[in-house]
Design a protein around this ligand. Structure first.
Ligand code: UT7
Length: 330
């Protein structure tokens, strides 16, 4: 049993940060960023909270789907940059769009979030006959937890949201979800501080291998994450493809997480797939974490590149370290 992506919607802030603008914060230059990452500019939330971007993308997707919002049975918001620890982004969006009959929860699988959410939605519609539509909203404001003194990470990320209305279908589908938690310390941000008055000494056998970093600021070991990304991207595809006896030649479009053009090029080479089969949007969006795959997917659809009936491979990887691949018919 598969899933049908009925309609999608995107929202990105108007404010764009170009490579040269980043020289306001760190010692860098346009040439380094372009050649080492492929990024030229990235949207940056100004006043927009994460949930607001998600709401706008959700409204666009629901409008395009032509459904009544009351028919949505579940809202899943994937985000690593929630405005609140609680309530969830999904609950806020559910209320904002008037999806009165929907349950709502957030899912954090970092940049693999949309892949995890789509696979989760597929399992919900498969096991609940009363559930007609699931709304998936990937919304991220990475700028709010970037360390703008760290030139190796602050140049990479952008803000934005993309949403998808999905329903049960008998179309082709395969998925693999994975995680290597031993790499958690390679890409992380602390959420909570200790209360100094209550802090007690840790027992001797306690180990905390996570690096010291400013609260709420992203830390990344770029080189190690790069190595992980270039090996897991082709591996995730192969694991999902093998499950249903497919090969790279059966795929019309690869829609990978948009982190660095060199990661995509290396994966393309490893898979033996030409780059023109990859949807690439990182030049103008940067890395928008969980929103990157659905933003790219919807852009491919709106440009008329991705057509109904074609076979797609969505491949994500990111903090966790998480990874996942989905093969589906659009
Ligand atoms: O969605 C989350 C997943 N994240 C990723 O997939 C990110 C994976 N990692 C990467 O994409 C790359 O490792 C980076 C883009 C983060 C870094 O690229 P790199 O080619 O691995 O650069 P590097 O870390 O080896 O640094 C090379 C040089 C260093 O200078 P020295 O030590 O050789 O003098 C850095 O200090 O480039 C320097 N550098 C910069 N120079 C100008 C690092 N960042 C910058 C910068 N501008 N922004």
């Amino acid at each position: 049993m598969g899933i049908n992506i009925l309609a999608m919607g995107n929202y990105v802030p108007d404010q764009k940060l170009k490579n040269d603008d980043l020289t306001r914060f760190v010692e860098t230059n346009d040439e380094w960023i372009r050649t080492r990452t492929g990024i030229i500019e990235r949207p940056m939330a100004g006043w927009e909270p994460t949930w607001y971007m998600g709401k706008k993308a959700a409204e666009a997707a629901v409008k395009k789907a032509g459904i009544d919002v009351s028919e949505i049975g579940l809202v899943i918001s994937c985000t690593a940059t929630s405005d609140f620890h609680t309530p969830s982004m999904a609950s806020i969006i559910q209320n904002e769009i008037g999806a009165v009959n929907a349950g709502a929860f957030d899912l954090n699988a970092a940049c693999t979030g949309f892949v995890y959410a789509l696979d989760t939605a597929r399992r919900f519609v498969e096991t609940d006959d009363g559930l007609k539509y699931v709304l998936i909203v990937a919304n991220e404001a990475l700028s709010r937890f970037l360390d703008f003194t760290d030139r190796s990470s602050c140049i990479l990320f952008g803000d934005g949201a993309a949403a998808a209305v999905v329903e049960k279908s008998s179309k082709l589908y395969s998925s693999v979800l994975g995680s290597d938690g031993s790499g958690g310390k390679l890409l992380c941000a602390r959420a909570l501080a200790q209360v100094p008055e209550l802090a007690t000494d840790a027992p001797e056998d306690f180990t905390d291998e996570f690096p010291d970093m400013p609260l709420h600021k992203l830390f990344q070991n770029g080189k190690e994450v790069y190595k992980f990304a270039t090996s897991i991207l082709p591996k995730s595809f192969t694991l999902a493809a093998d499950k249903i006896g497919m090969t790279k030649d059966d795929i019309d479009w690869f829609v990978p997480h948009q982190a660095n053009i060199r990661i995509i090029e290396t994966a393309a080479k490893k898979l033996g797939v030409p780059m023109d089969k990859f949807i690439v949007t990182l030049d103008h969006f940067g890395n928008t974490s969980s929103a990157s795959i659905p933003l790219a997917l919807n852009e491919g659809i709106e440009k008329g590149l991705i057509k109904r009936g074609q076979k797609l491979a969505l491949i994500g990887f990111g903090a966790g370290l998480t990874y996942g691949g989905i093969i589906l018919e659009y």
